[in-house]
Design a protein around this ligand. Structure first.
Ligand code: NAD
Length: 353
């Protein structure tokens, strides 16, 4: 078999292991910095304060105002704090929302970022920033956006509620699924995607059984790193387009939307690229979409768009928007098929493929 591919590794330092968040001071210094601003959501403010206290004189304080979808007005407020405190690096403690704020600051200032990731969304290993302004979401990709250091410490994730762990894990799995058929995939991205899917197949049911177990939490973070890395290095297709459309237009919750759509987009594309998605059927049982639906059901994931409050009229509009600008997908896209796919996801049906 002849192969041809381009492989680009991402230049970040990945630090993995239970208790490794204790090395954050060391990383601030290794980056040549001494004035870290710690970021978090309001919900994780006390953890951020504790981290800031641990950093001692290396911290200039906490900005605990991060929210979903990185609104520009929140970034503007955080930038004010950056200027006032003369921060020389960012330490983001949290999931994609906090990481998004850190990236937005780095995009504007090129300050180095250390991310301590506490969900499985994968944003910490991508050079991609999605921001919202006046209700419109725009996405930028830039080298300044990729965090310099990522610390995965399972001890900080035992408090992630089981329901959020499940949807966050399925969100990460969607990155891996689309990496398997990405046009610019390479042997490493495929290996990482398959290993990431395996990590979640094992860890998500185990988290439901023992949410406090550091080993299974570590396995899920390992999956998050793998799936996030492929999101950052190869192109995404139908699944991500539909989820961005639903999130952007109807403000549906990010991880839940991914979780609900995953079996349906997988089934749609499995028809076109059965060989490339064969590892998914092997891991979760076949057919590809049916197996993923069974897995999602077994771990108590949300299954239907109806439960997110969407109506049939919303589905019409989503089908229009998702098919408006042609984009690459392994199976051609037309409005009728996408409307049908959305209907199945709305009803929470088990896909046939
Ligand atoms: P999130 O960051 O919004 O976190 C959800 C909630 O869980 C928050 O209140 C948070 O404080 C809390 N939380 C997080 N970790 C916790 C823990 N360990 N224990 C207790 N509570 C915890 O959720 P998310 O799904 O990680 O991120 C979603 C956002 O990330 C969206 O805005 C999405 O667009 C973005 N995202 C971006 C990329 C990218 O590459 N740019 C990739 C994935 C997601």
């Amino acid at each position: 078999m002849s192969r041809a591919f381009v492989y680009n590794g991402s230049p970040a330092h990945i630090v993995f292991g239970a208790g490794k968040s204790a090395s954050v001071s060391e990383w601030v210094e290794r980056l040549g910095c001494g004035r870290a601003l710690v970021l978090s959501t309001p919900q994780q403010a006390s953890d951020a304060q504790a981290l800031s206290a641990e950093l001692g004189k290396l911290s200039v304080g906490v900005f605990a105002g991060a929210v979903m979808h990185t609104p520009v007005e929140v970034t503007d407020r955080a930038m004010e704090t950056v200027r006032q405190t003369k921060a020389d690096c960012i330490v983001s403690l949290g999931g994609g929302s906090t990481t998004g704020l850190g990236k937005a600051i780095a995009y504007r200032t090129d300050l180095p970022q250390i991310v301590i990731a506490t969900t499985y969304a994968g944003s910490e290993v991508t050079p991609i920033l999605g921001q919202t302004e006046n209700g419109r979401k725009t996405t930028v990709r830039d080298a300044r956006i990729l965090p310099e250091v990522v610390i995965y410490d399972a001890t900080l994730t035992t408090g992630l509620p089981v329901g959020m762990s499940v949807t966050s894990g399925l969100n990460a799995m969607a990155h891996a699924l689309e990496a398997l058929y990405a046009q610019d995939r390479n042997p490493i991205s495929t290996l990482m995607a398959i290993e990431g899917l395996r990590a979640f197949k094992t860890s998500l049911p185990a988290i439901i059984e023992t949410p406090e177990n550091i080993t299974v939490r570590g396995e899920a973070l390992y999956g998050a790193w793998l799936c996030g890395t492929v999101l950052g290095t190869v192109g995404m297709a139908l699944h991500h387009k539909i989820c961005h459309t639903l999130g952007g237009t109807f403000d549906t919750p990010h991880a839940e939307t991914h979780a609900i759509m995953l079996p349906h987009t997988a089934a749609y594309n499995a028809v076109a690229v059965p060989g490339l998605l064969a590892p998914v059927a092997e891991i979760f049982g076949g057919p590809v979409g049916g197996g993923l639906h069974d897995f999602a059901t077994a771990i108590g994931a949300p299954l239907s768009l109806r439960d997110l409050g969407l109506t049939q009229v919303d589905l019409d509009r989503a089908a229009d928007l998702a098919t408006e600008n042609p984009y690459w997908n392994p199976r051609p896209i037309d409005r009728k098929s996408i409307r049908g796919l959305l209907q199945n996801a709305w009803e929470g049906r088990r896909p046939a493929h």
